[in-house]
Design a protein around this ligand. Structure first.
Ligand code: NDP
Length: 458
């Protein structure tokens, strides 16, 4: 066998790439990893982590208002955007350092620079030609923008964290995870926030009750949600960005954030030339073991467009380590993956939506509870929490659990174990509640809903 510089070379030091590098390095493999931007990828630098920090920041205005109902007087609360941006930068730099050290401790060679594939076993990076027995692509995804006149004046979520000035008026375009999360962030921090979504109801693919509940709650918090409306043009003028909508309205904003989806980051990497097949959307085509159409080249994470979530990229990398180096071929598992949209209020979800369950199973029982959480009896806030269980009527198995409300992600993470384990509604009912919590609703829902399936959003 040819002697290569590395056993494993990884292009892209995001969540999946770093996990694969650390495991293989600690296992005694000679591992190299190249990164053209900052170590940690989207999650650490431009995604999950800074987003969650900004979500925390944006909650404090409401907390101050709510505190009054509990006897507090909060005087002169004010918000300093540059201070938040600076604190975030410090924390992300700390995390970059931790990632760097972890790779070092695993004996991984870290190379700064853009790497491109040069054949099935070759990589070119930082002026060097390197050989590797196995190559792993982990280049992630990048924000895509609609091709409307003036789209260049808009920002994406990549830019939103580090804006030089806080936008007093912001438009968000899109109705997915990123759109609703950033609408909540900017609205909470005090911007006049408008969300334009082209479809009938935000968050296509989520449970319909979840979609409509979040949309109503966003409206109550002051976000101007404009459904069935898109932007057709953006013009930069002295007083701001003039956005023309599909209804012919012209509205003026300080910033317009395009949250209109992400595309696999696979351009100009030498993939096609090396024989790596790409799907029409640019995603690397892989088999169930993450192997591309070139035997020695694998791919994990958002560049494969399987399920673009950080824990999934890490899981795919972990499975690949088992397959390549532990003589234990392991396929990533995608059933019952829980997720949280860090909207305000948050969404937690695992398993099938009601619509999916009806299509897959036919007879389905639905349990739903909408209530005012205890905190808001004194705060006076008009906010409801939704909990919903979708049950296979034939077996009694809970096939979906959904929530809109405070800490929905924390609550659904625990419930996901029960759903993944295939527990039944009777087993949920046999579990004691923790009183008083919102989570206890999941073990107290006695009455099936009778309007199930009615009024489904599009
Ligand atoms: P999504 O695919 O979730 O949403 C894209 C949105 O943009 C949709 O509402 C879509 O509308 C709309 N859209 C697409 N093209 C256009 C267009 N030309 N004009 C107007 N609107 C358009 O992408 P995101 O970028 O929000 O997120 C990408 C992925 O990243 C998510 O799917 C998720 O997996 C992951 N993510 C996860 C997070 C979490 O776990 N909390 C947070 C952020 C991202 P339509 O529905 O009509 O297609």
């Amino acid at each position: 066998m040819a002697e290569y510089d590395f056993d494993l070379f990884i292009i892209g030091a995001g969540s999946g790439g770093v996990r694969a590098a650390r495991r293989a390095g600690a296992h005694g493999k000679r591992v190299g990893i190249a990164e053209e931007s900052r170590i940690g990828g989207t999650c650490v630098n431009r995604g999950c982590i800074p987003k969650k920090l900004y979500v925390y920041a944006s909650h404090f205005a409401e907390e101050a208002e709510d505190a009054e109902g509990f006897g507090w007087t909060v005087l002169d609360a004010s918000f300093d955007w540059p201070k938040l941006v600076g604190a975030k930068k410090t924390e992300i730099a700390r995390l970059n350092g931790i990632y760097d050290r972890m790779l070092d401790e695993a004996g991984v060679s870290y190379i700064e620079g853009r790497a491109v594939l040069a054949g099935p076993h070759g990589v070119e990076v930082a002026g060097r030609s390197l050989g590797a027995e196995t190559i792993l692509i982990n280049t992630g995804a990048r924000a895509s923008r609609p091709e409307i006149p003036g789209a260049r004046h808009a920002i994406t979520s990549d830019d939103a964290f580090d804006l030089a000035a806080f936008p007093e008026r912001i438009a968000i375009v899109g109705g997915g995870y990123i759109a609703v999360e950033f609408a909540g962030i900017f609205n909470g921090l005090g911007a006049a926030t408008t969300l334009f979504y082209r479809g009938e109801m935000i968050l296509r693919g989520f449970d319909d009750d979840v979609r409509t509940t979040l949309c109503e709650e966003m409206g109550k918090k002051g976000i101007d949600v404009r459904l069935k409306t898109n932007l057709v043009r953006i013009e930069k003028k002295a007083d701001g960005l003039h956005a023309t909508t599909t209804n012919g309205d012209v509205m003026v904003f300080d910033q317009i954030l395009m949250a209109t989806g992400r595309s696999p980051n696979t351009d100009g990497l030498g993939l096609g030339e090396a024989g790596v097949e790409l799907a029409p959307d640019g995603a690397i085509v892989v088999d169930p073991y993450s192997r591309s159409t070139v035997e020695s080249v694998y791919a994990v994470g958002d560049c494969t467009n399987r399920l673009p979530l950080t824990p999934i990229a890490i899981h795919e990398a972990q499975c690949l380590f088992e397959t390549l180096y532990k003589d234990n071929p392991t396929r990533p598992e995608y059933r019952d993956v829980p997720s949280c949209v860090f909207s305000q209020p948050a969404i937690g979800t695992v398993g099938l939506t009601e619509t999916e369950a009806r299509e897959a199973l036919g007879a389905v029982d639905v349990y739903r509870s909408k209530f005012r959480p205890l905190k808001h009896t004194l705060s006076g806030r008009d906010e409801v929490t939704l909990t919903k269980l979708v049950v296979d009527a034939g077996t009694g198995r809970v096939v979906g659990a959904h929530m809109v409300g405070a800490e929905a992600g924390e609550i659904i993470q625990g419930l996901a174990i029960a759903v993944k384990a295939g527990l039944t509604k009777a087993q949920f009912d046999a579990t004691m509640g923790i009183h008083p919590t919102s989570a206890e609703e999941f073990v107290l829902m006695g009455e099936k809903v009778t309007d199930a399936g009615a009024g489904a959003a599009q």
